[in-house]
Design a protein. Structure first.
Length: 68
């Protein structure tokens, strides 16, 4: 089934939400892999950010059935 222009725009927006989560997860990964001993205090804030970002992703996905 071909996507409508509106659905394509929604998929593009969905990708932006997912990219934000991936970026935060990457920051967490970098700290764990490279600088845990000096930057561990950043993990709590990043954890909170990833929780908010994931909530945004799941809420957006729930509003748009075709993304499932």
């Amino acid at each position: 089934m071909a996507l409508t222009e509106e659905q394509k725009a929604i998929k593009k927006e969905y990708a932006k939400y997912k990219r934000i989560v991936t970026q935060i997860a990457g920051e967490i990964h970098d700290i764990v892999e490279d600088t845990i001993w000096t930057d561990y205090e950043k993990l709590l804030a990043l954890s909170e950010k990833v929780q908010v970002a994931m909530r945004d992703v799941t809420e957006f996905k729930a509003k748009h059935d075709f993304l499932k």
